[in-house]
Design a protein. Structure first.
Lengths: 390, 390
């Protein structure tokens, strides 16, 4: 049920002292091959953390054998020293793996690095590097779940996934209760597969999967400096799926992790699906869904169990999507409270007492649909993000 | 100190029963001339309330004698009946003014209409129209402050302004604690001047003034369906200021009202000025300031007295403005916690205990500056917007 479920992978999670409290905070995921293809998707934020700048370069070559991850510090906005620290972490990881009884003959260029935690502070390298050494020693074919635990920040549960096909599979781990947002969140995701697949096939599969999953969850509209999604293929199953089959399995794994992420978003009391129907284009559907998902007045209304459809229409009105104000329908949990841009069914019929909320916005402009998943804006969100520096 | 301070204007505010509790809820501002020039700026939201659609048409002609305003209902998302109600309100206002001992010989086309309150419900016309009749009877040369009171919704104080020049002046009233946002808020503003000024001069002055004032406050990033800013000139002073003088006075009045609006924004515990310095263009400066102002993680951090400059940089990174991540400086209340994109002065030196917060973001890309004013994201904001349907 995790990143080590596909054949050819080992993983580990150890406590290096980066997090106060002694929780696991350094993780490794190692691809033992025979293949070592990789694809990656990174934050669209123009302020990118050092490990993102590093991993983007490493992934460009199409080959990665190891991902080293840490929580307890994002290594973002840390200048040239931050980048040197990332480089040193990759070097140290490669050296430690070369030094084992079953050595991996790799260099720093085979190691992707991911970090998460507070922005603007240098990592405590005197703790991190010994942690990496310990993580190398702890590598195990059943270590995926400990790796998932080691990358948690404000997550309340570790996130794992395993999608099984005929003699091959896709596994994954994720963290990300923080700034879930557009074009990825503070989201670290490592996906593994034992399928036979080269970097190009992996890239096609990963981009399609993230477009339909991680790009459609949006907890608070804030975009992280560290978002990274990596997909590694070991080829250990000897099965080469078609591109379609690979893309479908990766998408299924990402969709599952995305649901886990949004369900565990900071302070959420509601899980909200915004289904945009009848849009003229997919881009319109996504824009409308995301705009409604980010509207603080919509989010606070839902926290208060108030089916305030007027705020939804006001949010739609700020988009560039094709629509006519007098043709929009809005449904909340199945009650069409607005038809043709005006009040329809009695809003008091809407039952918002449960955790799950479905909002339907029908634009009547075309055939395209998209669903954006988000959360409400609660006292707990304000508390978590005002009381703790993250 | 209000809309009736300039010569040639009368105003009133009455309780028509639209608001629960018997507070004033219908207001009139009448221009007795001799001139009747007008300019208007309206919400950029594509979902526009019926009174906005009406008033846009009326203002296009360049002449307006009366503004009738109500709180207790936005008349937005109310379909064709909503528009008929706005039309009927304008007709009723004109007829009531024609029927007075000192009649104003006007038609509905001389009457602008503004509404504010809950979206999606029809106005109770059986209360509104008698309210208009009463408001016509109550018109008085010192009625401006009652008009300001009658347009309050969740505002805690009425907003008035008076900017005095040599023998002429600009007065104004405003409401707007709600969805303060881009290109205006749920903001109703009526400005009056006894200067001699035609519709074109008024339009130039009003557009410049709103660009530099109302367009640069942003409480929660949500854009209203009803925003309206109107400027009427009576010419009663017989003084014709230059365009520059007129623009400067109108801008001063708008800046004062904008400060009053953001100070009274829902749930605010901090008044935050985001000064963007060294931008390549004014548009870049405004984009960066607005993006930081809307970032929920920045806003919650400031509510929690946390000088979390990393979140500010992460917000800047989502803009399209010209900047290099390793050249940005960030100051919080005078402490430059970030220089060249990395930690600089000790963040513990930042004192956030007061209500006023100044954030400086220096891009080092050019000579353009802009200041965006916003508020924090507090428990009180969540409470006000989840507990009450507005």
């Amino acid at each position: 049920m995790t990143v080590t479920a596909p054949k050819g992978f080992r993983a580990s999670g150890v406590a290096a002292g980066l997090k106060a409290g002694g929780n696991l905070d350094v993780a490794l995921v190692v691809n033992d091959g025979p293949d070592a293809g990789v694809a990656g998707v990174f934050t669209a934020n123009r302020v990118k953390a050092a490990p993102v700048l590093w991993s983007q370069q490493v992934v460009k070559g199409g080959v990665v054998r190891v991902v080293v991850l840490n929580s307890g510090g994002a290594n973002a906005c840390t200048g040239s020293q931050g980048f040197r620290d990332t480089h040193a972490t990759a070097e140290h990881t490669a050296a430690a793996l070369r030094g084992r009884a079953k050595p991996l003959l790799i260099g720093a260029g085979d190691v992707a690095v991911c970090s998460t935690g507070l922005i603007g502070e240098l990592l405590p390298m005197d703790k991190l590097l010994p942690g990496v050494t310990a993580a190398v020693k702890a590598l195990d074919a059943s270590g995926g779940e400990r790796a998932a635990e080691a990358i948690m920040t404000t997550d309340t549960v570790a996130k794992n996934v395993h999608v099984v096909r005929d003699r091959w599979s896709v596994g994954g781990i994720a963290k990300g209760a923080g700034m879930l947002a557009p074009a990825l969140a503070t989201m670290l995701v490592v996906l593994t597969t034992d399928a036979v697949a080269g970097p190009e096939a992996l890239d096609v599969a990963l981009r399609e999967a993230t477009r339909l999953t991680f790009d459609r969850i949006d907890a608070d509209g804030c975009m992280s400096t560290n978002d990274t999604v990596l997909l590694m293929a070991s080829g250990a199953s000897d099965v080469q799926p078609t591109q379609e089959e690979l893309t479908a399995a990766v998408t299924e794994a990402c969709a599952d992790l995305a649901r886990q992420l949004i369900t565990d978003a900071e302070g959420a009391t509601k899980h909200i699906a915004i289904e945009v129907l009848g849009a003229a284009s997919e881009a319109d559907a996504v824009e409308v869904g995301r705009t409604v998902a980010r509207n603080n007045l919509v989010k606070t209304a839902l926290f208060g169990n108030d089916p305030n459809w007027g705020r939804i229409l006001a949010a739609v009105g700020t988009t560039t999507a094709a629509f006519a104000p007098d043709r929009i329908d809005v449904g909340i949990n199945g009650v069409w409270v607005c038809r043709g841009g005006a009040a329809a069914e009695d809003r008091s019929k809407v039952d918002l007492s449960g955790r799950d909320v479905t909002i339907q916005v029908h634009l009547h402009e075309g055939e395209m649909d998209a669903t954006i998943r988000t959360t409400d804006l609660s006292h707990a969100y304000v508390h978590e993000n005002s009381a703790y520096s993250t």
